[in-house]
Design a protein around this ligand. Structure first.
Ligand SMILES: [Zn+2]
Length: 314
C-alpha cells in the first residue's frame, strides 16, 4: 500500500513514549515513527529548509511532504529526533515560548497527571466526575447534564467514548477554562502531584532548540502561552501572543522565525492579519480540511494517527 495524497502537506506529530516518557493517549513509539516514515517514503519528505523555500517560491509539488512537531515537548527530542537523524530528515518544531520561562502549561501538565496517576482514562474520568460532585460546581454541572445526550455531542468524532464526550462537554461548555482549571488543580493537590519536577520532564530547553536549529531543523512560532482557543482573544491579545513568542525565539536561535502552526487549529482573520504583519510564512493548520480560499496561512497537515491507521489497519 502506498500513500496517495497529492496535495503537498505536513505530517503533524505530538506525543511519543519510551522508558522515560509515559504512554499517554495518542502517544507513539520510536518504532511507530520509523514505520510511518518508511510507509510515506523517506525520499518524499523534504528537508524543512527545502519545504520552506519551495513554499515561499510557490513551487511545492504534488506529493511533497514535511514533518512537523508541535508544543516543544521533550519526548519529541528524546524519542523522535534519533529516528529523524537515522533517516537524515529535518523537521519543523513549533514551540510555545512561555514554557521556556518556567511557566507550567496546564494542558500538558494535566495530560501528564492523567497518564501517570490513573491506570486507565476511565479511572481518571470517574475521579474527575466525583471531584465535581463534591465541589461547589455540582450546582451548575448537575442541571446541565440532565439534558445532555452523549450520542449527540461531537458525533463526528466517532472514536470518542461516551465518557470522552461527557468530560469534554463539562470542560468546554459547562465549566469553561477557569472553573475547569480549579477542579483539575484541586485533583493535583489531592494527589500531592509535583508540578515543578514534572515540568522538567515535559519540555525542551533553549539549548535543545538551538541544537535543533544548528542541525538544519526549523524552529517556528506556536504562540507564547498556547491558549486552547486563541481565536477567542481580541486582536491585541493575539498580537501580544505572537510578538512575545517571536522575540523570544529570535533571541534563542539568533534569527527571526518565519514559520508557524496554529495552536489547537484555533485562528481567525485577526490571527492571519497579525501573522502577516509579523512576516510569517509557511503557516500550518492542524488538519487536511480545505479552506474556502486556501492561503499561505493555512497549509494542510495530516495527523500522524491517521497515517498509522493506514500502516497498521485495525
Ligand atoms: Zn499545540
Amino acid at each position: 500500500m502506498t500513500y496517495h495524497v497529492h496535495r503537498p502537506h505536513g505530517i503533524m506529530f505530538h506525543h511519543f513514549y519510551d522508558h522515560a516518557h509515559p504512554k499517554g493517549q495518542g502517544a507513539i513509539s520510536a518504532n511507530d515513527l520509523e514505520k510511518i516514515i518508511r510507509f510515506l517514503g523517506p525520499d518524499r519528505i523534504l528537508t524543512a529548509k527545502e519545504w520552506a523555500q519551495r513554499s515561499l517560491a510557490r513551487t511545492l509539488r504534488p506529493g511533497n511532504l514535511c514533518i512537523t512537531f508541535d508544543d516543544n515537548l521533550l519526548c519529541q527530542y528524546d524519542v523522535a529526533l534519533p529516528i529523524l537523524r537515522h533517516f537524515g530528515i529535518t523537521a519543523f518544531w513549533f514551540a510555545p515560548t512561555a514554557v521556556l520561562e518556567g511557566n507550567l502549561e496546564r494542558l500538558e501538565l494535566y495530560r501528564f497527571f492523567r497518564t501517570t496517576t490513573f491506570d486507565t482514562i476511565d479511572d481518571f474520568y470517574s475521579a474527575f466526575f466525583r471531584t465535581i460532585e463534591h465541589s461547589a460546581y455540582a450546582a451548575i454541572v448537575e442541571p446541565a447534564m440532565m439534558t445532555f445526550k452523549a450520542d449527540q455531542y461531537l458525533k463526528d468524532f466517532t472514536f470518542y467514548t461516551s465518557n470522552d464526550r461527557r468530560f469534554r462537554f463539562i470542560r468546554d461548555h459547562v465549566l469553561g477554562p477557569d472553573k475547569y482549571n480549579n477542579i483539575m488543580d484541586s485533583m493535583l493537590d489531592a494527589a500531592d502531584f509535583d508540578r515543578r519536577t514534572t515540568g522538567r520532564r515535559l519540555w525542551m530547553t533553549e539549548a535543545m532548540l538551538r541544537e535543533l536549529a544548528s542541525d538544519g531543523h526549523i524552529i517556528g512560532l506556536h504562540s507564547h502561552t498556547h491558549p486552547t482557543n486563541l481565536a477567542a482573544l481580541d486582536r491585541n491579545d493575539q498580537l501580544t501572543e505572537y510578538q512575545k513568542s517571536k522575540a523570544r525565539l529570535t533571541e534563542i536561535i539568533g534569527s527571526k522565525p518565519i514559520t508557524m502552526s496554529h495552536p489547537c487549529n484555533s485562528y481567525n482573520r485577526d490571527t492571519i492579519d497579525v501573522l502577516r504583519n509579523l512576516a510569517s510564512k509557511s503557516v500550518f493548520r492542524a488538519n487536511m480540511a480545505m479552506t474556502e480560499v486556501p492561503s499561505d496561512f493555512e497549509l494542510p497537515r495530516e495527523d500522524h494517527a491517521n497515517i498509522l491507521k493506514l500502516v497498521e489497519p485495525i
